[in-house]
Each structure stands twice: as C-alpha cells, then as structure tokens.
Design a protein around this ligand. Structure first.
Ligand code: GDP
Ligand code: IMO
Ligand code: MG
Length: 425
C-alpha cells in the first residue's frame, strides 16, 4: 500500500476511525496531524467498541502511533485514554511531538464561555489554537522540561489579564490555579517525557523507506478553518495539506489522498447545512444510523447526500478517491435524494458560497435516486471479492451517479461498523 492521507470529506464523523483501522493493517506508522480531543473516532471489532479521541485508530493493530505537531493535547485526557487501552490489554506504541501544543483547563473554561454560538465540543480547541497563534501557549517540550513548573507559571502570567477580564477567575482563584496546575502539568510532563520526540524525523525516515505511513485526519473538510463554513468550523486545518504541515508528510513523496464520505450527510454543532432533514424523516435517519456524537453524545443533524458540497471538498482538499460509509443505513430509510446543485433566488450558482449567511440561503436542488437494496449481513459477506459488478443494481447506480458527479472513484464501500464490513474495489 502507498502512503495515504485519510480525511473527512464532509462535516466530520464520516467513519474515518473505521477506515483507518482497516487500512492500518497494511501500514507501519499511523499519524494524527490536526485537532485534539474534539475528534471522536469509533472502531468496532470483534464485538468491542473503541472510541479514539487522541490515539490514532491504527493502535488496535499494534502499529507505531504518532501525535504530530499539528495536534493539540490535553495530557490528562490523553493519559486516561492510554489507560483505558492498556487496561483492555493493548500496548500502545505512542510517540508525541515535542512541538505539539498543550490544552490547559483554562482553555476549556474559555471554550465553555465562548464556544456556544458555534456549538463547539467544549474541549478547549479554539482557545488553544488561538493562543498558539498569539505565541503565548506552551508546547509539550515545555511541560517535560526540568523547569516545567516555572515555564507554566510564566505562561499563565501572559494569560492572566484574559482570564480575569473574561471573569474566568477571580484574582484569588487565579493564584490557586497557577499553584495547582503548574504542579499537575509538570507531573504529566514527567509521565510523557519518554514518549516525546521530534516525530517529524520518524515520519520522514519512514516515508523515505519502504515503510507505509498512514495519516489520520480529524474533523472534515467543511470544518476547515480556512475553507470550511466559517465561522462554524473548527480551529485547525482539516485538509489533506495539513498532513504535511502538522504531521510531517513529505512534499514530493507520492501519497494517496483518500476522502471519507457517508452515503448521506451529518453535521454536529451549529452552521449552514443545505440538505438538512427535519421532523420524522430526520428522526428516522438519525435512529437508523445511530447518529449521536462520539465525543459529546449530541444528536447529529442529518440530511441528504450533498454532492455539491462533496465536490467542493474534493477539489479543495485534493481528494483522489473516496471511501463511502453507511450504505447499509441508507437502505433502511425511504425517500433517498442527492443534492446536485445550489440555487440562490431561483438561479443556479456555480460556486460553494464562502459566506455562511449566503450558504444558509441556498436552495438545494435534488435528484431522486432509487431506494437502496437492504442486504443481510450474509448477502453482504458474499460480495467480498470486491467487484462493483457484483453489487445490486441500486447500489451500483448510486455509486456510479456519485462518481460521475464528483469525477473521482469510490474505491471502498463500508456497509457496517465492523472492520470486516468493508469492500475494497
Ligand atoms: P469519525 O469521527 O469519522 O471516525 O466517525 P465517528 O466514529 O465519529 O462516527 C462514525 C460512526 O459510524 C461510528 O459509530 C462508526 O462505528 C459507524 N460506522 C462507520 N462506518 C459504518 C458503516 O458503514 N455502517 C454503519 N452502520 N456504521 C458505520
Ligand atoms: P471527528 O474527528 C464532528 C465541530 C463541533 C463544532 C465545530 C467546532 O470525530 O470527525 P471545536 O470543538 O472543534 O472547536 O468545535 O466543529 N466538530 C466536529 N464535528 N466531528 C468532529 O470530529 C468534530 N470536531 C469538531 O461540533 O460544530
Ligand atoms: Mg467522530
């Protein structure tokens, strides 16, 4: 297998975790390059359900796992995640970038105050990346330093005014916070020190050798800070390009860019969603697909497949092939449509609007497609040899319709959450 970047091609939760778990079997290193604990990647295998927030989903195959420089890390949450995997008998082989930024409790407190109108996950992602860009945040290398406590106290001085002004802390509470958090985070630093390195070097050396590197994106292209539905986006880049900036992928070394899309569309949090369903139709699809957030448990907003948005995501992220998930879910609902154009004031537009209020105004233009055949698990497993010609006509024509519209092939079809419920064409 070639080095591969896996990215979400919608608004997140497309099934990246499942596909990374599948592809990790033939990979040597699995690298997360963006986001933090806002990600919730689910892998189901042998009846067990695993939720990954930090750890790359390739961990179950015992592969070398890397948290790259573009990731923001809450050490407490990461430790808990590692413990839950070690308690379950796994032995994570983890390396953490010395340059990755650290999420502190005050970032979460600011997020809780300010993130409401976006509907953030509340994990402190936005405040951490914004203080990174303001050059006042600490990195993993700071909390593993011998003088970590001093570094933490100094950094907290830089944010004191913000915390008091925002009524996050009183003066007294701020002082108590400084005293306790500097001790707590220096302890995390001691725990993590043996696992911290220049991860870029590991990725570069592997990428220039015969080893296969799999880059695991978090969130989805439409949540990208620059090209997503701003301001209803996350605070890092979610494009395949972010694997170069935040994960150490090497420009010039051939790489496959695989986008993941559901057979329909979902979104968590606020923001425009042109093909959103409501009422009974939404409830039916949500329940059929168990569409509840892996990180926050929030009900996901659900809608028809939006090919206009998907084509934009493919172009903006340079996606070369698609894996489509949840075709089994689509088979459980009626009235399947796909959006093939956007209209504003009755006129078709030929661009994906950058302005969120404009995107709210678009009218989705739909094409009806025949109902998807509901196959039993046994029938699905009979199709394992990976030829599109073997698929029932309804699924074959759904795939063909999508491929013709977005002009790239669907090379993987996922028909259930388990690792083996996957057909590679
Ligand atoms: P991620 O954030 O992109 O990794 O996706 P999530 O794990 O947040 O959400 C995807 C959900 O869909 C998870 O519950 C997966 O177990 C589930 N899933 C993935 N692929 C399929 C599929 O083909 N069919 C069904 N029914 N569920 C799937
Ligand atoms: P995975 O990796 C779905 C959404 C939040 C909110 C916005 C900003 O599992 O696909 P943030 O906490 O990042 O500041 O929230 O982005 N969001 C996600 N939605 N899946 C995710 O990750 C998400 N990560 C963030 O719901 O709308
Ligand atoms: Mg998710």
């Amino acid at each position: 297998m070639k080095n591969t970047i896996v990215v979400g091609a919608q608004w997140g939760d497309e099934g990246k975790g499942k596909l990374v778990d599948v592809l990790a079997e033939q990979s040597d290193l699995v690298v997360r390059f963006n986001g933090g604990g806002n990600a919730g990647h689910t892998v189901m295998h042998a009846g067990e359900t695993y939720k990954f927030h930090y750890m790359p989903s390739g961990m179950l195959h015992g592969k070398v796992c890397i948290l790259g420089t573009g990731v923001v890390i809450n050490p407490k949450d990461l430790l808990e995640e590692i413990k839950s995997f070690t308690d379950a008998g796994h032995k994570p082989k983890l390396w953490i970038s010395a340059r990755a930024h650290v999420i502190f409790p005050h970032h979460q407190l600011i997020d809780a105050k300010e993130g409401g109108k976006i509907g953030t996950t509340g994990r402190g992602i936005g405040p951490t990346y914004s203080q990174k860009a303001s050059r006042i945040n600490l990195r993993i290398l700071d909390i593993i330093a011998d003088n970590a406590q001093e570094r933490i106290k100094n950094a907290l001085k830089d944010v004191k005014d913000i915390l008091i002004y925002e009524n996050i802390f009183t003066e007294k509470a701020y002082l108590e916070y400084c005293a306790s958090i500097s001790v707590e985070y220096a302890e995390y630093g001691k725990t993590f020190k043996p696992f911290v390195t220049d991860t870029e070097d590991l990725v570069r050396i592997a990428g220039n050798s015969d080893e296969v590197v799999l880059f695991e994106g978090a969130q989805g292209t439409l949540l990208d800070l620059n090209y997503g539905t701003y301001p209803f986006v996350t605070s890092s880049s979610t494009l395949a390009a972010a694997a170069f900036v935040g994960g150490g992928a090497i420009p010039g070394v051939p790489i496959r860019i695989l986008g993941i899309t559901k057979a329909y569309t979902t979104r968590v949090g606020e923001g425009p969603f042109p093909t959103e369903l409501d009422g009974e139709a939404a409830t039916n699809l949500r329940e059929a697909g168990h569409e509840y957030g892996a990180t926050t448990g929030r009900p996901r907003r659900v809608g028809h497949l939006d090919l206009f948005a998907l084509r934009y995501a493919i172009r903006i992220s340079g996606i070369q092939e698609l894996a489509m998930t949840k075709i089994d879910t689509l088979a459980l609902v009626n009235g399947i449509k796909v959006c093939t154009a956007y209209k504003i004031d009755g006129k078709e537009i030929d661009y994906f609007p950058a302005d969120a209020p404009t995107l709210e105004l678009v009218e989705a233009v739909y094409t009806d497609v025949p109902p998807i055949t509901d196959l039993t698990k046994k029938e699905w497993s009979g199709l394992k040899h990976g030829s599109k010609a073997d698929l029932p006509e309804s699924i074959r024509s759904y795939i063909k319709f999508i491929e013709d519209f977005v002009e790239i092939p669907i090379t993987i079809l996922s028909h259930g959450p388990e690792r083996n419920e996957t057909i590679v064409f």
